[in-house]
Design a protein around this ligand. Structure first.
Ligand code: COA
Length: 163
């Protein structure tokens, strides 16, 4: 039987599934942390967090957000995207990107942008297939403040590249 794919807004009850998928993005997140962060995201109109379901089960998520800056008009940033390993290469990532592009248009933004770790070489091909253009290379700086001593390694994803 052909599988059914549908895209819907995330709800707090998705936190556990989102945390599991986030592990496949290369970041370990507890269900509790995912629920707290998702709650803040869902309360904001400048954020879009959607789930792609395969046969009524969460199989992927995409988070997009409007970014304001002085040097450019507001744009939509893809803050995160992951498709369950079992469901890759069947059009779900592309469908989620189309959803984000449509949302950007509705928000009167004319650009969708994203930053992706240099190690995600196959993922970069996926974005290029979808019409994204690599315009520059950057370095990523971070500095803890207020006496905090966070584990900075948590900001670096484990990347399991597929061909
Ligand atoms: C990148 C990712 C989201 C792609 O999702 P997906 O559902 O597998 O992609 P799709 O099936 O929609 O592929 C869409 C197009 O990209 C191409 N593509 C997808 N993965 C590709 C890859 N690894 N290498 C080359 N092309 C790829 C497909 O061939 C397809 O092209 P077409 O439309 O011309 O046929 C998914 O592989 C993933 O979750 N990867 C791990 C996490 C990650 O890297 N997230 C992004 C962080 S920036």
């Amino acid at each position: 039987m052909p599988m059914t794919i549908s895209i819907r807004d995330a709800t707090l009850s998705d936190a556990n599934a989102i945390a599991l998928l986030t592990g496949q993005l290369g970041y370990d997140v507890s269900s509790e942390d995912a629920a707290a962060r998702l709650g803040r995201i869902l309360s904001r109109p400048d954020q879009c967090f959607v789930i792609a379901e395969v046969d009524q089960r969460p199989a992927a998520w995409l988070h997009a957000a409007i970014v304001e800056s002085i040097e450019a008009d507001p744009f939509v940033m893809i803050a995160g995207l992951v498709v369950d390993r079992q469901h890759r290469r069947s059009g779900i990532g592309a469908a989620l990107l189309r959803h984000a592009e449509q949302w950007a248009t509705e928000q009167r933004c004319t650009l969708v942008r994203l930053w992706s770790s240099a190690a995600r070489v196959a993922t970069h091909r996926f974005y290029e297939h979808r019409g994204f253009i690599n315009v520059k290379t950057q370095v990523s700086f971070v500095k803890p403040v207020g006496g905090a001593q966070p584990d900075l390694q948590k900001l670096v994803p484990r990347v399991e590249e597929q061909s």
